[in-house]
Write a protein that binds this ligand. Structure first.
Ligand code: CA
Length: 218
């Protein structure tokens, strides 16, 4: 009897393990939980581009995490009333297939920041040309199929962005945001960017990101 129970428990563990591995493999993003960094605080497999390092920064932190021990932090170091907008970008090219449907999701948490509005995420379709990625201007039809109601997603005709007009609200809690897009005939990658731009930063603060997922759903 005891042996039979043990076998059942083992079988259950195997099923759970398989599920975890399968789920992990479905995510096309590399270092999606920002657990790995290059030693100087930059997340590995992401390209960080800071426009004004005196005012803004982006690095891996262990202050908070939606999963694992770390997250990606955008830190606004000082109010920037003299600047109409400031920004920082962390970007990754994610290999995808043409004419397929993908769900993109991520979690974010805000702390202290007060601004007029903010751009959070940007998705651009890319094709490979002479060994480099070129952006695809798709204009019509739009590629955005569906999105959640908490974020403010829009298809601008050449990229899909998520704007947060309530950047000063709902601080201190993890929120999830998602969008569904269809790639075009030419697409071979999605440029996924935490392209953080804030307009009229009244009070400095932080925005954390974690658990970025791109999965093919059709
Ligand atoms: Ca994490």
């Amino acid at each position: 009897m005891r042996r039979r129970v043990l076998c059942m428990v083992l079988a259950l563990v195997m099923v759970c393990l398989w599920y975890v591995i399968a789920e992990g493999n479905n995510n096309l993003v590399i270092n999606p939980s920002f657990e790995a960094d290059d030693g100087s605080g930059s997340p590995t497999d992401w390209k960080v581009d800071v426009s004004a390092p005196i005012l803004i920064g982006m690095n891996v932190t262990d202050e908070v995490a939606a999963s694992g021990d770390k997250s990606l932090m955008t830190i606004f170091k000082a109010a920037a009333l003299g600047e109409p907008k400031i920004g920082v970008t962390s970007m990754q090219y994610v290999n995808v297939e043409p004419n397929k449907v993908y769900k993109v999701s991520f979690k974010y948490q805000k702390k202290d920041v007060v601004a007029e509005r903010s751009r959070i995420l940007m998705l651009e379709l890319c094709k490979e040309e002479n060994g480099t990625w070129e952006r695809i201007i798709y204009t019509e039809p739009p590629i955005m199929w569906d999105h959640d109601l908490s974020g403010e997603w829009s298809d601008q005709g050449y990229r899909v962005v998520m704007l947060d007009s309530k950047v000063s609200e709902d601080h201190g809690e993890w929120k999830e945001s998602w969008v569904v897009i269809k790639t075009t005939e030419e697409t071979s990658a999605i440029a996924l960017s935490f392209a953080i731009t804030v307009w009229k930063l009244y009070k400095p603060g932080k925005i954390y990101f974690d658990d970025v997922v791109i999965t093919q759903i059709q």
